[in-house]
Design a protein around this ligand. Structure first.
Ligand code: PAF
Length: 282
């Protein structure tokens, strides 16, 4: 596996692959890789001839009071894991490489509307940071396919809109959420939780599952279902930020004849913020 931090090196290697007729899949990550990431890497390998994984803790998607400084950085361990998984190229740029004139004056990409609701309401500017960095990664790596986790459902929908709107020649693939045995969605932030907290945090998934079951059983009192799920999360000792049942396509409010829904939740456990979601086909 090659490990580069320079844009020119990445472009040169990918150009070589392309000249030989190869296709390229990109799996963007912020590192501290777990089984969830590795399943995206495996998916990427199934989608193209060459796999590029980027590891970049992107400062522009963290709010001022979020965990940018403390976010776990484990690049050497990540690199060994990626190499064993058969990844061709690890791109691990510095902040200066991604934002040469500094983050404050950097050109941004914003997807209005979709970025302002749900997670966007609780994390202002977060999705602009995500779209701004992913657009750069696409320009640097020119992938045919890019793979993202369904755990960040809203992120995926926003990136899909960005790709369509900016006519970017890349196909997006969503990989399913990997879960611990107890149901907790895998996340680098789970590492901030002790054993008991990891058990408490399963209330998020359980409440989503319950809402999913009730929707499948015909319940359509969306607000009531959301409230019930929030109460269950609160009862487990977490602070829910929201549980929302929305149209899966664009997060608009569902009606009585909706067919494709998503139930999304965000909750705090101590200082840790966790998200999860389940899609529901009616
Ligand atoms: O999902 C993530 O880990 C990040 O938001 C991403 C897509 C790598 C952009 O920094």
């Amino acid at each position: 596996m090659k490990r580069f931090d320079s844009v020119d090196d990445v472009r040169a290697l990918i150009a070589e692959w392309r000249e030989a007729g190869g296709t390229v899949a990109l799996a963007p990550t912020m590192g501290n890789l777990h089984k969830g990431h590795m399943s995206l890497v495996a998916r990427a390998a199934g989608e193209a001839d060459h796999v590029v994984v980027s590891v970049f803790v992107n400062p522009t998607q963290f709010g001022p009071n979020e965990d940018y400084e403390d976010y776990p950085r484990t690049l050497d361990v990540d690199a060994r894991r990626l190499s064993r998984a058969g990844v061709d190229l690890l791109f691990a740029p510095s902040v200066e490489t991604m934002y040469p004139d500094g983050v404050d004056v950097a050109t941004t990409v914003n997807v209005p509307g979709l970025s302002d609701v749900l997670e966007g309401e609780h994390r202002p500017g977060h999705f602009e940071g995500v779209t701004s960095v992913v657009c750069r990664l696409f320009n640097i790596c020119s992938p045919d396919v890019a793979v993202f986790g369904q755990k960040d459902y809203q992120q995926f929908v926003i990136l899909r809109r960005m790709v369509a709107d900016l006519q970017l020649p890349v196909r997006l693939v969503a990989g399913p959420t990997e879960r611990e045995k107890n149901g907790l969605a895998m996340s680098s932030r789970n590492g901030y939780l002790d054993k008991d907290q990891q058990e408490m945090a399963t209330a998020i998934y359980k409440s989503l599952q319950q809402a999913q079951t009730e929707l499948l059983d015909g319940a359509r009192a969306y607000t009531e279902l959301e409230q019930f799920a929030e109460e269950r999360i609160t009862a487990a000792g977490l602070g829910p930020e929201y549980v929302a049942i929305r149209e899966a396509e664009d997060f608009s409010m569902p009606g009585s004849s909706s067919t494709d829904l998503v139930v999304l939740a965000a909750a705090r456990l101590g200082t840790v913020r966790l998200i999860d979601n389940l899609t529901v086909k009616l």
